[in-house]
Design a protein around this ligand. Structure first.
Ligand SMILES: Cc1cc2nc3c(=O)[nH]c(=O)nc-3n(C[C@H](O)[C@H](O)[C@H](O)COP(=O)(O)OP(=O)(O)OC[C@H]3O[C@@H](n4cnc5c(N)ncnc54)[C@H](O)[C@@H]3O)c2cc1C
Length: 301
């Protein structure tokens, strides 16, 4: 690891931050340090960095906006890679939009609406990056990324840039092939359709209003903690098990939305994991259903 750190510091790979606490890089505001946090400024630096890490067999983890991540208290060994500004590009060409992996999914949704393009209204309340949304097949209000994605450019762990078509991504509910075959999404191409600006704006306003009423958006959280089991709503099961308001340390099952765990102050990853286990056990005892997390737990345990 020391050799890699020396090379990263002496070469042109972007910002290199050693022992960087990751809590500020997540929406839960939880997580220990990464040995190295690397922020490449452009695609060239990103590609050379991944090649270097490959040569040295150094593990890496991609970070988006950290809005679906629980980083452990011990943090991430190896290198956490966060895409820099140069991958925050966006270009509309007719019904197609070409967008960099670091671009905000919410901003993209707003821009598409202003262009009079429909298809991204669902993304208006999903506070991640395009890369994270492609990885997660993020979705809401009956739509998801798989409905509009055409293709993506992905940097493989070997440092090779490849194009994957939508069908190559093996999309399913909050799942893509990137969960098992890692790579860094550098650009996505979405195909939208021309629509009515007023209708698009009205749909987005209605979705926003619903979120403001039903989600604890003023508190640190990571959206839905559990996946919806087939034929059920995780939030409903948790609420019916009487778990709203259940706390471990500063982690709390939101009294507003039972599938959200909020950080009310100084919650640790350990607090959240303990609470997750308590919820899983209580729901399992009551309904015989084992809840599975949608949030991804990363880092040393
Ligand atoms: C208030 C709130 C509401 C939410 N509502 C929704 C919702 O309605 N629907 C929904 O689906 N999700 C929702 N989420 C969860 C989250 O916003 C999404 O899962 C989002 O797509 C994650 O993107 P991110 O950039 O934050 O990814 P991160 O959380 O940083 O990472 C998630 C995964 O993606 C990988 N990743 C990130 N960037 C890249 C990249 N460039 N290339 C390859 N892999 C990458 C990471 O390695 C990690 O495995 C919500 C979260 C919050 C806080």
């Amino acid at each position: 690891m020391q050799q890699v750190i020396t090379e990263l510091l002496n070469g042109s790979y972007g910002d290199v931050r050693l022992n960087e606490p990751l809590a500020p890089y997540t929406t839960w505001k939880i997580g220990g340090p990464a040995d190295v946090l690397l922020i490449p400024h452009d695609i060239k630096q990103l590609v050379s960095a991944v090649r270097l890490l490959h040569q040295h067999e150094t593990p890496w983890t991609a970070l988006g906006r950290g809005s679906n991540l629980l980083v452990s208290d011990k943090g991430i060994r190896g290198v956490a890679i966060k895409l820099g500004d140069a991958l925050e590009t966006v270009r509309f060409e007719g019904e197609y939009v070409y967008v960099g992996g670091a671009y905000s999914f919410i901003k993209l949704s707003v821009m598409a609406g202003k262009e009079g393009l429909t298809g991204l209204e669902f993304a208006g309340g999903i506070p991640g990056t395009v890369g994270g949304a492609v990885y997660m097949n993020a979705g809401a209000h009956g739509a998801d990324v798989s409905r509009i994605l055409q293709r993506v450019e992905v940097l493989l762990p070997t440092g090779e840039l490849v194009t994957l078509q939508k069908d190559d991504l093996a999309y399913a509910y909050r799942h893509s092939i990137l969960h098992t075959k890692p790579g860094i999404v550098t650009e996505a191409v979405f195909k939208l359709s021309y629509g009515d600006r007023k209708e698009i704006a009205a749909a987005m306003a209605a979705y926003k209003d619903r979120r403001l009423r039903t989600q604890p958006l003023q508190l640190a959280c990571a959206g839905s903690v559990f996946r919806n089991p087939e034929g059920h709503h995780a939030a409903k099961l948790i609420e019916e098990a009487g778990l709203k308001g259940l706390r471990v340390g500063d982690a709390e099952v939101s009294p507003l939305h039972a599938n959200f765990i909020v950080n009310t102050g100084q919650a640790t990853a350990h607090d959240v994991l303990t609470l997750i286990e308590q919820v899983q056990n209580a729901v399992s005892e009551r309904f015989g259903i084992r809840l599975v997390t949608e949030v991804l737990v990363v880092g040393e345990r």
